[in-house]
Design a protein. Structure first.
Length: 317
């Protein structure tokens, strides 16, 4: 089976300017990309690197283009200001498509794309497989292949000033956790066991975990009321991030203006930093401490990737 794994997580932002917004994240110790990318319809998106994955902020640069060419779902996602999308990577999108079709899934054709400001004859940068909502309910999901990235390339991990270095997984909130977990597992990780405890379901999807829980459990675990989404793709609740030093992370995050609560995660028993969302994008982060060497060994064992740690700021390497 073709390997597929979480790559990036998406929300709209209503920030006044995407460049200034990314600078705010930088002040909180994160690693924003130096470049933004122009996408249809009228977007200029910014990116927050978290190890090998990233967070993507959709920002409307051209209101006229957006109004003329957007889908109704774009308007709903923009108005909600909460995470809605997940991009998943695979080395060969055509092979993945063929395997899913052979397994009986009904899928649209593969599409390809380039940035909005590319030359007319530019080679496709990405190839996409849209995934129908009934296959992966609760989020707007797609698989993609980065066409210009060599398959055997060495991937480099940069440790952020706040010592974060990887996305570990994601928690969803749903009134039907087991049904959701089964659907996601069946498509993305067939044969993988679903762990069930106290009404909470967890599955491994490649090197990441995915957790589903009810609104009541979410409040019990994190002390937060769950706000129902105004659209069907708003079940993402928490993005789980690994850091080398959560004490250093706490200092830098709070100095950068983020509201952070130190607590114990009832699901894992580990101490975490619960970073409440910026209302301009809705992302909630739960940061836990984990040795980067252990993460590296686990990731390579699962994916076979070639990975190098570019810099480890917290240990002075």
């Amino acid at each position: 089976m073709e390997t597929i794994m979480f790559d990036h997580f998406i929300s709209y932002t209503n920030a006044n300017n995407i460049d200034d917004y990314l600078e705010e994240y930088k002040k909180a110790g994160f690693l924003p990309s130096d470049k933004t990318t122009k996408h249809h319809p009228g977007l200029r998106n910014g990116f927050l690197h978290i190890g090998l994955g990233y967070v993507e902020f959709c920002w409307v640069e051209d209101e006229k283009l957006f109004a003329k060419n957007c889908w109704e779902s774009d308007i709903a996602f923009r108005d909600a200001l909460r995470p809605f999308g997940i991009g998943m990577i695979t080395d060969d999108i055509q092979t993945l498509h063929d395997e899913w079709i052979e397994s009986g899934y009904k899928l649209p054709s593969i599409s390809s794309g380039v940035p909005r400001d590319s030359e007319q004859d530019a080679k496709p940068v990405w190839s996409f497989q849209s995934i129908p909502d009934d296959l992966l309910p609760g989020a707007d999901c797609f698989a993609l292949t980065y066409n210009l990235r060599p398959k055997d390339a060495v991937r480099k991990v940069r440790v952020a000033p706040n010592t974060t270095y990887a996305i570990a997984g994601v928690t969803f909130v749903s009134s039907s956790p087991e049904e959701r977990a089964n659907r996601w597992r069946n498509l993305l990780a067939p044969g993988q066991l679903i762990q069930k405890k106290d009404g909470v379901c967890e599955a491994l999807i490649g090197p990441h975990f995915a957790v589903w829980m009810t609104p009541e459990k979410y409040h019990d675990y994190y002390g937060q009321d769950w706000k129902p989404s105004p659209h069907s793709c708003g079940e993402m609740a928490v993005l789980h991030i690994l850091a080398e030093d959560i004490n250093k992370a706490y200092i830098i995050l709070t100095q950068g203006g983020r509201k952070v609560t130190q607590m114990q995660d009832k699901r894992t028993g580990r101490n975490i930093l619960f970073v409440t969302p910026d209302p301009r994008d809705g992302f909630i982060f739960a940061i836990s401490e984990h040795p980067i060497e252990n993460w590296l060994n686990q990731r390579v064992a699962i994916t076979g990737e070639k990975i190098e740690i570019e810099s480890v700021l917290s240990s002075g390497k």
